[in-house]
Design a protein around this ligand. Structure first.
Ligand code: GDP
Length: 314
C-alpha cells in the first residue's frame, strides 16, 4: 500500500543517532524540511520510564527505531542475553512510548537475520517465521521479529501507522571496527589495512570463505528509510537490499584491492561460517519505486577512505 506521508515541518526522533544507521539517517534528513530530534546519551532506552518521560517532553511526530544492540557473528554467539534483552526492551519501550505520545508514524529497523536459516533464496518477506533461525544470531533475530510483530499489533489494535524495514548487511561511515564485535566488511578492511602496514604475507579470513552475503551502503539504507516513511503504510515489513551478492572470499579480494594489500588470504576453518547465504528479495521495495544506487566497489573505496581518515578505530 502506498501513501503520501509528508515529512514537511515534522519533528523526527532518530533513536540510535550515534550509530552507523542513525548518523546516516541524520545526514539524509538534512535534505528534508523537518526538525531532527535526538535524545541525550544519558537516556537508557532499556528503561521504560526514561523513554516515556523523554517522549512526553519532546513530542515527536515521527519515530525511527534505529537504536539496537548490534554485533557480528562472534558477539552474538557470546552475549546472547544482551542481544535478546536489550533489543526487546529498546523495541518495546520506543514503540509503546510512541503510541502514548501519539506519534503519527514509526519506522522500525531490523535485519535480514530474521529469516529462517534454510529459507528459499532470495528471501521474500513472506518467508518470516516459516522455519528455524540460524543459531549464531537467533537472540538478535527473535528480538527483531518481536519488533515487527509489535508494529503489526499496534497497527491492528490501535490503528498506529507503524512500519518495519529489514535491511541486508550494512557498511559505511561510522561502522564498528572492533575485531571482536564487528561484522565481516569492517573487520576485513581493518585487518587488511593493518596487515599491509605491518608488511604481513597473509590475511586471515574466518571460516571457509564460501558463505554468500549481500552488502548495502548505509547511505542507501537511509534513503530507503525516508522513502518508506513517505510512501509505505502496510502491515508487512519491507526488505531493503542492494542485490550486490558476493562470497566472503570474493569480498576479501575486493577489500585486498581497495587497501592495496598484496599477500595471500588464509581461511580459518576453526571460525564459524554462520548462515550459508543471505540475499534479500527486494521486489516489493522496487515495485514501490526505490532501488539502491551505491555499488559495492565504489562503496568499499569510499568507506576505506573514511577509515583511513579517522585516527582511532577502537
Ligand atoms: P553474519 O552475516 O551475521 O554471519 O555476520 P558477520 O558479518 O560477522 O560474518 C559474515 C561471514 O564473514 C561469516 O561467514 C564469518 O565467518 C565471515 N568472516 C570472515 N572473516 C571475518 C572477520 O574477520 N570478522 C567477522 N565478523 N566475520 C568474518
Amino acid at each position: 500500500m502506498t501513501g503520501t506521508f509528508s515529512l514537511e515541518g515534522k519533528r523526527i526522533y532518530v533513536s540510535g543517532n550515534r550509530g552507523m544507521v542513525g548518523s546516516a539517517l541524520i545526514r539524509r534528513l538534512e535534505r528534508e524540511n523537518c526538525k531532527v530530534l535526538t535524545a541525550p546519551r544519558s537516556m537508557d532506552l532499556r528503561e521504560q520510564s526514561q523513554v516515556r518521560d523523554w517522549f512526553a517532553e519532546n513530542t515527536p511526530d515521527v519515530v525511527i527505531v534505529a537504536a539496537a544492540k548490534v554485533g557480528g557473528i562472534h558477539a552474538n554467539d557470546t552475549k546472547p542475553a544482551d542481544f535478546l534483552y536489550d533489543n526487546l526492551m529498546i523495541a518495546s519501550n520506543l514503540i509503546e512510548a510512541a503510541r502514548q505520545a501519539s506519534a503519527e508514524k514509526l519506522l522500525f529497523l531490523g535485519s535480514s537475520c530474521i529469516y529462517p536459516r534454510d529459507a528459499l533464496q532470495p528471501l521474500e518477506e513472506a518467508a518470516l517465521l516459516t522455519g528455524p533461525l540460524e543459531k549464531t544470531n537467533e537472540w538478535y533475530a527473535i528480538a527483531k521479529i518481536a519488533g515487527i510483530k509489535l508494529c503489526q499489533a499496534y497497527r491492528r489494535q490501535y490503528g498506529c501507522d507503524y512500519v518495519s524495514a529489514m535491511p541486508t548487511n550494512l557498511y559505511g561511515p561510522g561502522d564498528n571496527y572492533d575485531l571482536q564485535t564487528s561484522h565481516v566488511l569492517p573487520a576485513l578492511l581493518r585487518k587488511a589495512h593493518e596487515a599491509k602496514a605491518r608488511g604481513d604475507d597473509t590475511l586471515p579470513v574466518w571460516g571457509s570463505g564460501r558463505p554468500l552475503r549481500e552488502f548495502l551502503h548505509v547511505d542507501d539504507l537511509a534513503d530507503a528509510c525516508i522513502f518508506l516513511l513517505k510512501h509505505y503504510s502496510g502491515e508487512e515489513h519491507v526488505n531493503v537490499g542492494s542485490g550486490d551478492e558476493v562470497s566472503i572470499a570474493e569480498l576479501a579480494g575486493v577489500i585486498k584491492n581497495a587497501v592495496g594489500f598484496e599477500g595471500e588470504l588464509v581461511f580459518q576453518a576453526d571460525k564459524p561460517d554462520g548462515t550459508p547465504r543471505k540475499l534479500l528479495d527486494c521486489t516489493k521495495l522496487e515495485a514501490l519505486g526505490w532501488s539502491a544506487r551505491i555499488g559495492l566497489g565504489e562503496g568499499i573505496a569510499a568507506t576505506y577512505a573514511e577509515f583511513g581518515a579517522s585516527t582511532t578505530h577502537d
